[in-house]
Write a protein that binds this ligand. Structure first.
Ligand code: BGC
Length: 749
């Protein structure tokens, strides 16, 4: 069979399976009174059990595989179910029992409309998740989740493929912008809040991509090699915290292999850790094209997503046969279906089905702006060039398509609001296929003009350095933009700004001492021009109102309060892996035969010491460290008190000692654990303070952050002894330390 024939046969199988469930839908219509599982007073488990008992095997099975309801070029239209809302995924429901279809859409940054299938659908583009992480504020993460959850619900969706929490092990990773940085506590807490925001709108959220899916290059063939202890203390801990705090209805397993076993067939990760140790009650869905064998059903995968992307619709006919011949027990199908049903009841998609209505675009834009403002990190502000003085009469704005809008990241998470500029990217791979560099229509230039009505504001697009330099020399103050596009499916080769932007920024900063550099990037970048620039701010991909948010921070309408959720290395040589594994090898991105012999190991030898922890261990000085960020005001800490016992509790006062209101993010790091030097974030807080105001902060450390994972004891081992904690402004800016005694314990995994 050729590849297209295989594809056609799998589509046919899906169509047949869909036909079967549609037939079931015509079966005798039960009366509401005969549906005890509709009693919302019962627990989700009880409700799932009741309805499961009423289902035929075919109905149960219909819940465990889905289609890509966009593949119109492959599936004749009549085979796309009439009720399918076009987007990333569709799994038929069991209508005669009141069980809705799963209508699935991407992703964490807003409601995507792949291939414009819903024709100019309106949705809010949130800033990148890295911007949300930079807020260090769970309320911001919750509000973003609630915004997109509400929009999903208004468009007919009940599952959001949102909740990416892979840790940033490499500053070149094409998807870091969809994740929440390098620290398991920060990422886990913020992801949990984002998930709660989504699910409070009765839309299931999907924590992904489980696990150690930390590079995009050859993502289907990368084998993440990492020992269990390190994995538990890093990537898995981020998932564990996010799942505990967010209670997501589903978890998406990843494309890569982990210690030689593909993510969606990884019995250790799925059956042992997720469902065993963590007692996760929801369902595991596959990533699109990540299922390579039928036996994934017994390894812990509950649902095959968009089966067209795989070589076979494994969970359709092949699973039916396996159930018949007993190689997959009927009890396992019950478990798979029960998990899907349980999440449906737990999140409320049965009791509160989506209601199609126009989205509140103004509310969405306001939420996006708030997130962008909270996430902008001021990295340098010498000669107090910022906020831009009201007396500035000549302002030069240079580069970054700032006259048009703000750049965004590419791939399945891409939201394209009306009026966006789309530049074709070209090239190969998924990036080439889906690749459009999208600028959201929120022009920083226009926003700057609005805030400086009495100044002459002139723009140079930066294509010609000489022209930009001429403008820079004319101006009182220069705002030059540096943009870097990144996308799912690929990583970037280095930390430079592409297209000669580093040279442009260098020349402009040399021409005018009052040059402010605004970065719109999906990752840390190198700054070879930093000594010449007066100020630098990192705005990430700032979303639907990014231009306005940037201008508000430039002019001091908003006091910057973001902190780096990811270390900015001084050089890529500081990374544990200066080379990206398999960067020059080209392997299929989807739909290929998955030959195990082709896998490429990526050895995570840094273990759990990612980012700032690696730098501390190796005594490396980053360009900017994790947790770093400036404000237009100043903060002081006092009265640090640390108490011990089962864990450490840290209390202190934060005072705004400057002359304007602002938000601070005091951070607490464990610096010595029972005699062993370490560097671990164990608590943080976002404190909003008026000038002169003092607030008291108290934080209690999660014991897992004090412990080492002990595989022999199968738990988190807290050594008894003296624990030293440091109150700090960033991972490398300690303010004051203190110690307390902590008792020994083994905490369950
Ligand atoms: C991505 C997922 C996404 C899915 C559906 C995959 O390629 O890895 O994050 O949810 O596509 O679009």
């Amino acid at each position: 069979m050729t590849r297209s024939e295989k594809f056609a046969s799998s589509c046919l199988a899906i169509a047949l399976a869909l036909g079967a469930s549609a037939g079931a839908a015509l079966a005798a219509d039960s009366k509401p009174a005969a549906r005890p599982w509709m009693n919302a007073a019962l627990s989700p488990d009880a409700r799932a059990e009741l309805v499961l008992k009423q289902m035929s095997a075919a109905e149960k099975q219909s819940l465990v595989h889905g289609i890509y309801p966009i593949a119109v070029s492959f599936l004749p239209p009549k085979q796309i179910p009439a009720d399918a809302v076009g987007s990333a995924g569709y799994v038929p429901g069991v209508p005669h029992l009141g069980i809705p279809a799963l209508q699935e859409t991407d992703a964490s940054l807003g409601i995507a409309d792949p291939a414009n299938i819903r024709s100019n659908d309106v949705a809010t583009a949130l800033p990148s998740s890295l911007a949300t992480a930079a807020s260090f504020d769970a309320d911001i993460a919750y509000a973003g989740g609630a915004t997109i959850g509400k929009e999903a619900h208004s468009k007919g969706f009940n599952v959001l493929l949102a909740g990416g929490v892979n840790l940033a092990r490499d500053p070149r990773n094409g998807r870091n912008f969809e994740y929440l940085g390098e620290d398991p506590l920060l990422a886990g807490v913020l992801d949990g809040a984002h998930v709660r925001g989504i699910q409070d709108q009765h839309v299931i959220s999907t924590v992904k991509h489980y696990a150690v899916n930390d590079q995009e290059t050859n993502r289907n063939f990368i084998d993440s090699v990492i020992d269990e202890k390190s994995m538990r203390e890093s990537d898995l801990l981020a998932f564990q915290i996010a799942i505990e705090q967010g209670k997501p209805g589903s978890v998406m397993c990843s494309y890569n292999l982990i210690n030689g076993v593909w993510g969606c067939g990884n019995e250790f990760l799925l059956n042992k850790v997720l469902k065993g140790d963590w007692q996760y009650p929801g369902w595991v869905m596959s990533d699109w094209g990540a299922v390579h064998a039928l036996d994934y059903a017994t390894k812990g995968l509950d649902q095959q997503s968009a089966a067209e992307f795989d070589t076979k619709p494994f969970f359709a006919e092949p699973l039916t046969l396996a159930l018949k011949n007993g190689s997959v027990p009927a009890s396992r199908l019950d478990d798979m279906a029960r998990r899907v049903l349980r999440s449906m009841f737990a999140v409320g998609i049965v009791d509160h089905p989506p209601v199609k209505q126009p989205v509140d675009a103004a509310a969405g834009a306001a939420a996006a702006k708030k997130t962008a403002e909270a996430g902008i990190v001021l990295l340098k502000n010498s000669v107090d060039v910022l906020p831009i003085a009201k007396t500035a009469t000549k302002i030069a704005v240079i580069g970054g398509n700032a006259n048009v809008g703000v750049i965004s990241g590419g791939g399945s998470s891409q939201v394209i609001p009306a009026g966006s500029m789309e530049l074709p990217f070209g090239g190969g791979g998924i990036a080439g296929l889906l690749g459009k560099v999208v600028y959201h229509p929120s022009s920083p230039l226009e926003a700057i003009k609005k805030l400086a009505p009495n100044a002459a504001v002139k723009f140079s697009d930066g294509r010609y350095v000489s022209d930009a330099v001429r403008l820079a020399k004319w101006a009182d103050v220069v705002v030059v933009f540096g943009t870097k596009w990144q996308a799912e499916g690929g990583d970037v080769p280095d930390l430079t700004l592409p297209d000669g932007q580093d040279a442009l920024i260098d020349a402009v900063s040399s021409a005018n001492a009052k040059t402010v550099v605004v970065l719109e990037t999906g990752n840390p970048v190198a700054m070879p021009w930093i000594s010449k620039a007066a100020a630098v701010m990192e705005a990430w991909y700032p979303g639907a109102r990014g231009g306005e948010a940037i201008a508000d921070v430039l002019f001091g309408v908003v006091n910057p309060s973001g902190r780096l959720p990811i270390s900015f290395p001084a050089d890529i040589a500081q990374n544990p892996r200066p080379q990206i594994a398999g960067y020059d090898v080209e392997l299929p991105q989807m739909g290929g035969d998955f030959d195990k012999a082709k896998t490429i190991p990526v050895r995570y030898t840094e273990g759990a010491d990612i980012g700032y922890r690696w730098m501390a261990k190796k005594d490396l000085k980053p360009l900017f460290s994790f947790g770093y960020g400036l404000s237009y005001t100043m903060f002081a800490y006092s009265n640090l008190a640390v108490t011990g016992g089962d864990t450490v509790t840290v209390a202190f006062d934060v005072t705004n000692t400057g002359s304007q209101a602002g938000k601070d993010t005091p951070q607490v790091y464990l610096t010595n654990a029972a005699g062993e030097k370490t560097a671990r974030l164990i608590g943080f807080s976002k404190v909003d303070l008026k000038p002169g105001e003092t607030k008291h902060v108290a934080l209690t450390a999660d014991r897992r952050l004090l412990a080492d994972f002990d595989t022999a004891a199968h738990g988190w081992k807290v050594k008894g002894g003296t624990y030293t904690v440091t109150l700090a402004k960033s991972a490398t800016d300690p303010v004051v330390s203190s110690s307390a005694q902590v008792s020994a314990a083994v905490v369950k995994p």
